[in-house]
Design a protein around this ligand. Structure first.
Ligand code: NAD
Length: 443
């Protein structure tokens, strides 16, 4: 039985959530800092403000989105009025990762509630402070049979996945994404999988190099590189590579100083396991800048690597940390050879002022989304769907699309009675010619 919440109840719940998250902002910022030294600026810019904005936008537009939407009828059904009726799926499971632990819980949750669903959310166990505040917010805002927060690790996640849901929304790694998809298949449960991958960032010869370096450094080292859409590796035209490296070094120092470990603006790696993985990616590499690590606080400095072998670990798996490999290219064939080694990425970035080259690259490669002459910022436009393709994910959300994602669109034809065109009814004798003519006219 579907738990149907009326529109007013949904709106009141979201308004209450808005009030709660605004009141708790300082606690959220502190928790994010306690978990991995996330700077307050980044906490506001990438977590709390995003959720407040998504909440306000959803509350403002909810009546419109939830209304049955009239679509053009088919001539073959004449006379009729045709509609899409959005209806809630029912019980939704949301499983979230640790890297944007607050935003990636609440962005889907807001939409699932707006669409009238019951929700169970499982935040990451790797950010215990933030997850605790998330649980408090949910408990203070929602009735227990409406939205519930379940804390715990892999075993809790697996237990939830063994139950039957009407929709599963998962954000995390490709490996766990496959586990989720398998569990969902048992009950034919629809899924959204927001996953990761190796995101290329191409810097072509005509790029504004100084600005490119600034924007790459920002996109790569925000959250200490622990961002699903961060540029994973650079592909740079061989001729401009030395100049770009010089600018990248300058921009890193400008942003984080000579010793980034002392910068209040530079976060840490989330835990020892991930910190050790970053160190393993540095083995046998040519370090152009950085490469400094410290076990005391799981620190890895912003690091530039020169020409890693494509067979090395750093060029085999998603880096998900502050290490940026730089590879020179001579021809477009070089680009193709490297980019197509990997599964379709979540993002692709391209720095160039050559419009023809830009359009060629955008047409040639398949990826979730991206930017020309910037990094990450496509994430911030509510009118752009956010999601991957192939191994980087299934489905997309943000803004109105989030509401649609958590709604089944019921297709309804309301047929009028004042006219009944009888050709479709048996017996069909002598009607085939007329049917063919009608189909030709109206198809
Ligand atoms: P993860 O896949 O390890 O964990 C995500 C969630 O799944 C956590 O809540 C965890 O408890 C649960 N989980 C872990 N192992 C499980 C298992 N065996 N069975 C069932 N549940 C399990 O991911 P993570 O380390 O938290 O996040 C990093 C990954 O997430 C990166 O690959 C990154 O690219 C991706 N990511 C994608 C997006 C996106 O929007 N596309 C956003 C953030 C992160």
């Amino acid at each position: 039985m579907i738990f149907k919440t009326d529109l007013n109840y949904r709106k009141q719940s979201l308004l209450k959530l808005l009030l709660t998250v605004e009141n708790k902002e300082a606690e959220i910022i502190q928790a994010l800092h306690d978990d991995f030294k996330k700077p307050a600026f980044e906490a506001v810019a990438t977590e709390t403000s995003f959720i407040v904005s998504e909440l306000k936008y959803t509350i403002k537009n909810l009546n419109l989105w939830a209304k049955p939407q009239r679509v053009l009828p088919s001539f073959l059904n004449f006379p009729s009025a045709d509609y899409l009726y959005p209806e809630p799926y029912g019980k939704i499971l949301i499983i979230a990762p640790w890297n944007y632990p607050y935003q990636l819980v609440f962005a889907p949750l807001i939409a699932a509630v707006a669409a009238g669903n019951q929700v169970v959310v499982k935040p990451s166990e790797l950010t215990p402070n933030t997850s605790k505040v998330i649980a408090e917010i949910i408990q203070a805002t929602f009735e227990e049979n409406h939205v519930q927060c379940v804390l715990g690790g892999i075993d809790v996640s697996q237990n939830l996945l063994s139950q039957r849901w009407d929709y599963i929304f998962f954000t995390g790694s490709v490996t766990v994404g496959k586990i989720v998809a398998k569990a969902a298949a048992v009950h034919l449960t629809p899924v959204t999988l927001e996953l990761g991958g190796k995101n290329p960032c191409i810097v072509e010869a005509t790029a504004n190099l100084k600005l490119a370096a600034k924007r790459i450094v920002w996109g790569k080292f925000l959250n200490a590189g622990q961002t699903c859409i961060a540029p994973d590796y650079l592909l740079v035209d061989q001729n401009i590579k030395p100049k770009l490296i010089e600018y990248l070094k300058e921009e890193i120092t400008l942003a984080y100083g000579e010793n980034p470990q002392k910068s209040p603006d530079y976060p840490r790696i989330i835990n020892e396991k991930n910190w050790r993985r970053q160190i393993s990616l540095l083995e046998n590499q040519v370090v152009l800048l950085g490469g400094k690590t410290s076990a005391d606080d799981f620190y890895v400095s912003p690091t530039l690597l020169d020409e890693p072998s494509l067979d090395s670990l750093v060029m085999q798996e998603e880096i998900f940390g502050p290490i940026l490999p730089i590879l020179g290219y001579k021809t477009e064939a070089d680009l193709e050879r490297i980019i197509t080694r990997y599964e379709k990425p979540l993002s692709l970035y391209l720095f160039s002022q050559n419009k023809k080259f830009v359009e060629k690259i955008l047409a040639q490669y398949s990826f979730g989304g991206g930017c020309v002459n910037d990094t990450l910022i496509h994430f911030a436009n509510k009118r752009l769907p956010f999601g991957g393709v192939g191994h980087s994910g299934i489905g997309a959300y943000h803004g109105k699309r989030s509401f649609e994602l958590f709604s089944h669109q019921k297709a309804i034809v309301k047929k009028a009675n004042w006219l009944d065109i009888t050709i479709r009814y048996a017996p069909y004798k002598g009607k085939l010619g007329t049917l063919k003519k009608l189909l030709k006219w109206f198809s």
